[in-house]
Structure formats: C-alpha cells, structure tokens
Design a protein. Structure first.
Length: 393
C-alpha cells in the first residue's frame, strides 16, 4: 500500500501532524488507543497548553531551535482550535490551561481533525522494518497478526521518548534516527521526583509546602511535596530537568514569608509560647517536628535572641539536600534530550541529510517545563511538519 506520509506514533504531536499533512496519510501506533499521555495528563483534564509558552520555557542543546515552530503555531492558535470544537477550559496557576471536562475531549478533537483531513489510523500496529528507497521509504508493519508492506514519500517520527515505559514508551525514534545517521543527544528522565536513601522523608509523606527550590543554574517557586521515596511536587519536577547526579539542591521553605520579623513581634506579645508551636503556625506541624531534630529550635520565644532567630530563618531558607537520584523513566513526565536538532530544520522538522524524514514532539531534543509546555511543543512541531509536507503535494 502506498501513502504520501506515514506517521509513527498516535500521540499529541503525531495526531496534530496528521491533521495538517494533506494527501494520503497513515498514522500507526502499537497502543490500543490513541493519545494515552493526553488521556492521563492533568489528572484527566489535560493541561493542554500554557498562556506564557515561549522559547525560554524549553531546554535543548540549541535553545533557539524551538523559536520558529512556536512562533508559527502559538498557544493562541491551539486555544482557538479548542474553542472551535466547543471545549471549555479554565486557567490554573502560572498560566496552565485545563479542560473543564475530560482530557478525552482533546483526543476526540484531534481524531476529528484527522478524520476531516482524511488521515487513517491503525492501532495495535508494530513497525518491523523501515528502509529508504529511491522513491522514499518502505515499511513492514504487523497489525493484529497480519503483515503489511507499505511505502511512502515521508516518514514522521512521533513516537515520543522513553517515559513512561508502562504505557509502552520506548526509544524507537532514537533507534530509527541512528539507523539513518542522525545524532541523538544524551537522554535523561525529566520532570521526575527525586529519591533519597533509607526512607529519609517517609514520616513526612503527604506533607506539602510552598518553596523555592534551586541549584546553581536555576530556581523555581512552587509547591514541594514529601513522599515515602523522597521529594516531588511542581518545584521538584521543574528542577529535576536541570539537575545532575551528585549535585546538591537548596530548599527555601519560607520563600515569601518574613519569618524573622514575625517571630520578633511574637516574642514581645507571646514570649511564653514554645518556638516550635509558633513555627507550626507558618509551617506544617509534621515538618516542624522533623526539622527540630536537625535545626536548633528548643525553648520558648522569649528565650530566643535575634541572632538565634536569624540563624533559624537562615536555616529554613537554605536547607541543603543531595538527592540520591530520581525515580527515572518509570514516573518521568518527559524525556530530556533526543534527536539532535542540529540535524533538523527548525522550520519544517525535517532531517537535513535524510529528505522526507521528520522528527517531532518529544522525539526531538526539545523539552518543556511542567505546565502545558510540552503539549504546546507537540502542537507546534506537529503543525510545522504537517504544513511542510502539505506544501509539497
């Protein structure tokens, strides 16, 4: 069977690309349903983009690569598409947009756009062979036990990265890239919880606190969540993309709280209160109890000198921790790294040395922050490749 374009991967980027390619398009995926990452995202409501999405919110060995695609198909374009399909949404913190209803609405919207464009979708389909020919590409796929020989002018790699294996994620895109001589940058689990040895924070599991989490490269002001394995929450997930093994991180547990001044004032009016009791008005009680074994905070407020209060607030604003590692691809929301953008066109997402081969979404070395940015990259890069392919028909 001959197609103009075959897209490997029925995720966000692949479906978006299929809706814009034109011609005869086939999307294949080994999963039983399309858009599985969309379905589970945002607690089932899909954080489908971010109002503030821009190049500064993405990591890549070439930080300029994403600019073209993001500019040509913006968050406002996707919001307009969502509106045309009657999907209502709401904004949460920091510009994050979620469906009022279900994430399945986004999947249904993309399938409708694919149907409108005449694209076919084959699920339960696995790639067995892929090779380049003078006329484009030849593929061998297996679908529900039957073998199919396919050919096409364009192949789009939209299979994502290595996260999350239990959902069927593999490094297929990287293997294909290597097969055709494309360089793949180092890949790592990103947007992932930190782990600590010996159940260090198991007694704090479930406690959450506003924080400023930082290392020598960047910082994030969001919630920090203690788990039985270590640390999670938005601040941790964000910083994990900038972290390397063996590095220390710093947690400011009172980022916007003038605790020193508050404690001095309370020392005058409530000097007989235990210092830990007063701290529990500003921090979770279990966290105060845990920290009291590491930071001097015994006695009453009246017993505390200015120097002691200053030392306490300094310790709470600069808690140095060294994670043992991360939870890895098992729980990582995305993969950092991927197909080297030096070998791709930033306008079309096509491989410079392999005409007709495209890499979009998480397969390429572009990784967004937490908060809808990675979906926006999927929409923008999928659109870029689709428009480029359609322009050749």
């Amino acid at each position: 069977m001959r197609f103009d374009t075959i897209i490997l991967g029925a995720g966000a980027a692949g479906m978006m690309c299929a809706a814009h390619c034109g011609g005869r398009v086939l999307v294949i995926d080994h999963a039983k349903a399309p858009g599985e990452k969309i379905r589970i995202s945002g607690g089932g409501r899909c954080n489908f983009t971010n109002l503030y999405a821009g190049p500064q919110n993405f990591l890549s060995q070439n930080p300029h690569f994403c600019k073209s695609a993001l500019a040509r198909y913006t968050q406002w374009d996707f919001i307009d598409l969502v509106g045309r399909h009657g999907i209502t949404w709401h904004e949460k913190t920091l510009g994050q947009l979620f469906c009022d209803g279900s994430s399945k609405q986004i999947i249904a919207m993309l399938l409708a756009e694919m149907d409108r464009a005449g694209a076919e979708l084959w699920l339960h389909t696995s790639l067995r062979d892929l090779r380049m020919t003078e006329a484009g590409f030849e593929l061998v796929v297996e679908r529900e036990g039957a073998r199919y020989d396919l050919s096409c002018a364009n192949v789009v790699l939209a299979t994502g990265g290595k996260s999350i294996p239990k959902m069927g994620a593999t490094g297929l895109a990287y293997d294909i890239a290597a097969q055709f001589g494309l360089h793949v940058t180092e890949t790592r689990a990103a947007l992932v919880p930190f782990t600590f040895p010996d159940g260090r924070f198991k007694d704090l599991s479930g406690v959450s606190v506003p924080s400023r989490l930082s290392n020598d490269r960047t910082s994030f002001d969001e919630a920090l969540l203690f788990t039985h394995r270590g640390l999670s929450g938005p601040a941790v997930l964000q910083l994990s993309s900038y972290w390397r093994e063996g590095e220390a991180i710093r947690a400011n547990l009172i980022p916007d709280l003038p605790l020193f001044d508050l404690l001095r004032e309370r020392r005058q009016s409530a000097g007989r209160k235990a210092l830990t009791t007063e701290l529990a008005r500003h921090l979770p009680t279990r966290l105060v109890e845990y920290l009291s074994a590491q930071i001097p905070m015994h006695g009453n407020l009246a017993d505390q000198s200015d120097a002691a209060l200053r030392a306490l607030t300094d310790a709470l604003s600069n808690w140095v921790l060294t994670p043992a590692g991360t939870e890895g691809y098992r729980t990582a929301e995305v993969t950092l790294g991927g197909i080297d953008t030096a070998g791709l066109s930033s306008k079309t997402m096509e491989a410079k040395e392999v005409p007709g081969l495209f890499a979009i979404g998480e397969a390429a070395d572009v990784t967004g922050w937490l908060g809808g940015y990675n979906f926006q990259w999927a929409w923008s890069s999928g659109h870029a490749a689709g428009i480029a392919i359609a322009g050749r028909l």
